[in-house]
Design a binder for this molecule. Structure first.
Ligand SMILES: Cc1cc2nc3c(=O)[nH]c(=O)nc-3n(C[C@H](O)[C@H](O)[C@H](O)COP(=O)(O)OP(=O)(O)OC[C@H]3O[C@@H](n4cnc5c(N)ncnc54)[C@H](O)[C@@H]3O)c2cc1C
Ligand SMILES: *[C@@H]1O[C@H](CO)[C@@H](O)[C@H](O)[C@H]1NC(C)=O
Ligand SMILES: *[C@@H]1O[C@H](CO)[C@@H](O)[C@H](O)[C@H]1NC(C)=O
Ligand SMILES: *[C@@H]1O[C@H](CO)[C@@H](O)[C@H](O)[C@H]1NC(C)=O
Ligand SMILES: *[C@@H]1O[C@H](CO)[C@@H](O)[C@H](O)[C@H]1NC(C)=O
Ligand SMILES: *[C@@H]1O[C@H](CO)[C@@H](O)[C@H](O)[C@H]1NC(C)=O
Ligand SMILES: *[C@@H]1O[C@H](CO)[C@@H](O)[C@H](O)[C@H]1NC(C)=O
Length: 581
């Protein structure tokens, strides 16, 4: 270990590592391979860009992902089984947070072919259009404006409706195209769904809206990245990767953990990776390197490679390629706090699936027959997004929230038929949450060490401003009073957490802290406008681009996968146009 540490910081570390550990080099210049483009990371961003660029047979693309191929794992492909899956998760924890009473919620990310889309909850939602218009201004890339990005939302998706829907939910099929990612909605409602949607409309004073057409505020029985025909997960690898795999100019390596990007001066020209199946290091030379490693690992890799805050890199002995203090700053993530309710027997829950043999056998049989039943769902789709009234910010400076464009919600209310809070009660229950969808405070990601295998240090700064705290406190109270409504009592029989005796602001705040968690939508850590130019290039560096969640200037109002797909499609067009491929 000591030797490895000493070697780090030498410019030749990559070459040394590969000459020590690698199989015999394949090319004359001592590297193992060459490609026009090397893409680091195979989540929605990496696979969308790979599929697009390989349409040109003269362009060679190699995609490296540290994670495994889980394509044939039923815990991935069967939607309802995501609740059982424990593979393909790249686990991170945030630093102890004084706002959360010192807690350290996890910020797990996807680590498999498909990235987060392999393990996520499959919600497909685009949200407020003004977000995209503002990104266009911030980045100087006017292709990101809503009316333009809609073409990319279309190009990446296709709408697959279920044959017989019994509930009211507007969907505009023309905002989908004939792209690879399948989007559908749930076949049947859970017992709670319509009651909840109605109660939300009445209590929160919002309408049912179509969250794929530019609307940000309202109630929705949402859409999912599930194929309607067989109710299987549609995700980045199956949708885009399988197409790229049919092309001889595409090379895919799973279990390939990139340790560093190599430079000649300020031109990126190679990547070095650990093939963790054989434990050998390899270097690939490329004309261009596209980092698509998500919002946690992309800034991490840039910093390990010498692009980041120079003072910290120097402390760790990493040669500075370019001092870019903004790398790793501006971490923005949706985050939320939970409540739990006991559910009446007609509300089908994961608990019932686990402990009631009749429910389980029926669910397994229904799914096997035609994809029907519990396993064809992701355990709950109804949600609402709202703006908070001015009174929510009494006594604090609420101007950040109050000045957001009128289509932006402040918080989201959502539920799932899964018991999430540990040790609440061993009964059939649902979990609901209120989350900040446009938080004011931002966090940061820095290097913990120069060892690429060590996780970076993450200060998430959840509920990090007085107005963020006022918003979540108001929202948490609203969520509890909503779910305790008489109209929901027949289904939600008893509040289990925080429970009726928790009434003072201090006790409510303690409940918020206790259940605070990431919604796993981190963005902004290698942002357009600051680190990146309008064509996704790291400013001041040649041959290096960053795409996907880290490039977003801040978080959109919905779960973000829809936007990662669309934004990356736009990036691929921009790259192909600029590079003349
Ligand atoms: C648990 C969870 C639930 C979610 N639920 C939803 C949801 O319901 N709806 C929604 O819209 N969004 C959801 N998301 C968010 C969404 O999945 C992500 O925002 C999206 O996947 C980000 O795409 P990306 O391509 O930018 O990065 P990622 O999907 O994170 O992909 C990055 C890839 O890079 C690889 N990688 C990282 N570092 C390296 C390295 N050094 N070398 C090689 N490979 C590397 C990783 O293995 C990973 O596969 C969820 C995310 C998670 C984690
Ligand atoms: C799927 O999850 C179940 C429950 O956690 C586990 O027993 C099973 O081994 C998993 N299947 C695979 C293929 O990993
Ligand atoms: C559906 O979306 C298209 C494209 O944005 C729009 O022109 C049309 O008016 C929408 N239709 C409805 C009914 O909202
Ligand atoms: C390669 O990865 C394996 C598995 O994670 C690890 O044990 C090994 O130390 C790594 N090798 C190098 C040279 O980094
Ligand atoms: C929870 O309840 C179920 C059904 O009664 C039982 O089978 C299971 O063992 C219980 N689990 C725990 C941890 O008590
Ligand atoms: C990161 O955030 C933490 C907590 O907000 C702060 O103390 C620290 O100074 C920040 N680090 C950097 C490098 O910005
Ligand atoms: C509320 O009641 C629960 C269960 O009896 C108890 O654990 C908890 O400490 C109480 N909370 C408050 C704030 O009184």
């Amino acid at each position: 270990m000591a030797t490895t540490r000493l070697l780090r910081g030498l410019p030749l570390v990559a070459a040394l590592a590969s000459s020590l550990a690698a199989a015999a080099p394949l090319t004359a210049d001592g590297t193992d391979d060459v490609a026009d483009y090397v893409i680091v990371g195979g989540g929605p961003a990496g696979f969308v860009v790979a599929e697009y660029l390989t349409r040109n047979p003269d362009v060679s693309v190699t995609l490296l992902d540290a994670g495994p191929d889980l394509d044939s794992d039923p815990n991935i492909s069967v939607p309802g089984r995501f609740a059982f899956n424990d593979k393909g998760i790249w686990m991170f924890f945030v630093e102890p947070d004084p706002q959360l009473g010192g807690r350290t919620p996890d910020l797990g990310q996807g680590g498999a072919l498909g990235g987060g889309s392999t393990i996520n909850n499959m919600i497909y939602c685009r949200g407020a259009a003004s977000v995209f218009d503002e990104w266009a201004e911030i980045s100087g890339n006017y292709g990101l404006a809503w009316e333009s990005l809609l073409e990319d939302f279309r190009a990446t998706t296709s709408w697959q409706d279920e044959a017989e829907i019994t509930y009211e939910q507007p969907v505009n099929a023309s905002v989908f195209g004939d792209g690879p990612l399948a989007v559908s909605r749930q076949r049947q409602q859970f017992a709670l769904d319509q009651r909840l949607a109605d109660t939300m409309q009445a209590r929160l004073n919002v309408d049912v809206v179509d969250m794929a057409s530019g609307d940000g505020i309202g109630v929705s029985q949402g859409l999912n990245t599930i194929r309607a025909k067989d109710r299987t997960r549609s995700y980045a690898y199956s949708a885009f990767g399988h197409i790229a795999n049919t092309r001889s100019n595409f090379h895919l390596h799973a279990n390939a953990w990139v340790s560093t990007i190599g430079f000649a001066g300020t031109t990126a020209d190679s990547v070095t990776y650990n093939d963790t199946t054989t434990n050998t290091m390899h270097t690939i030379r490329a004309k261009e390197i596209i980092v698509a490693a998500g919002a946690v690992k992309s800034p991490h890799l840039l910093m390990l490679s010498g692009i980041g805050p120079a003072d910290r890199l120097e402390e760790l002995g990493i040669p500075v390629v370019k001092d870019v203090p903004e790398v790793g700053q501006n971490l923005v993530d949706h985050h939320n706090s939970l409540v739990s309710f006991a559910a009446a027997p007609e509300e089908l829950t994961l608990w019932q699936y686990q402990y009631d043999a009749t429910v389980r056998e029926e669910a397994d049989a229904e799914y096997a027959r035609n994809g029907d039943g519990l396993l064809g769902t992701q355990w709950g789709d109804v949600f609402a997004t709202v703006r908070l009234p001015d009174e929510a910010f009494e006594g604090v400076d609420g101007s950040f929230f109050q000045n957001l464009p009128a289509d932006r919600p402040h918080v989201a209310y959502q539920y799932i038929n899964v018991g999430v809070i540990p040790d609440v009660a061993n009964v059939s229950s649902i979990t609901a949450w209120v989350g900040l969808v446009q938080p004011e405070a931002t966090g940061n990601i820095t290097l913990a060490s120069a060892n690429y295998q060590d996780a970076p240090t993450i200060f998430a700064n959840y509920f990090g401003s007085p107005a963020d705290r006022a918003a979540i406190l108001y929202g948490y109270k609203e969520l509890r009073s909503l779910l305790n409504c008489d109209s929901l009592k027949p289904i939600l029989t008893k509040e289990l957490f925080p429970s009726a005796n928790v009434t003072s602001d201090d006790d409510i705040w303690a409940a918020i802290q206790e259940t605070a968690r990431s919604w796993h939508h981190p963005v902004g850590t290698v942002s357009l406008g600051t680190v990146l130019d309008a064509n996704w290039r790291v400013k001041g560096i040649d041959g290096l681009r960053v795409v996907g969640s880290p490039a977003m200037p801040y978080v959109s109002t919905c779960p973000i996968q829809s936007t990662v797909y669309a934004l990356s499609h736009r990036a691929a067009i921009d790259i192909a146009t600029a590079d003349g491929v």
